[in-house]
Write a new protein. Structure first.
Length: 123
């Protein structure tokens, strides 16, 4: 399953993704994902500054799908739980949000990468 640890968000925003309140993620880059692919959202224990940085103490927060990617517009502010608007960003429309309700430790890294992950109730 792809996992994305490039979500440098505070814990509150991660909880909002897991709860379904934050339904847009705003990034400058387009993920190479099919709308049917799962994306694991991982909380970093520490900030990952450079490509190749990893945190072996990451925590799985939610599994989502990126339904579509489109330009971020001013009307998206609430859905993105954003505090400011700037042209040129992309809105990732998140769907099929499944929170990970029991803490699961997992490697966190920058970008999208493959991980072996099963929800605790499916092991």
């Amino acid at each position: 399953m792809p996992g994305d640890a490039d979500f440098f968000l505070d814990r509150d925003l991660l909880r909002r993704i897991a709860s379904g309140e934050k339904i847009l993620e705003v990034r400058r880059w387009h993920p190479d994902l099919d709308p049917s692919e799962d994306l694991l959202i991982v909380e970093n224990g520490r900030f990952l500054h450079n490509d190749g940085d990893e945190d072996n103490n990451g925590t799985a927060v939610a599994i989502v799908r990126v339904k579509t990617v489109r330009p971020f517009i001013l009307a998206d502010m609430q859905a993105a739980c954003a505090s400011y608007f700037e042209d040129g960003w992309l809105a990732w429309e998140l769907s099929d949000v499944r929170p990970v309700t029991h803490p699961v430790a997992i490697r966190a890294a920058r970008g999208i990468y493959e991980v072996d992950f099963l929800l605790p109730d499916r092991r």
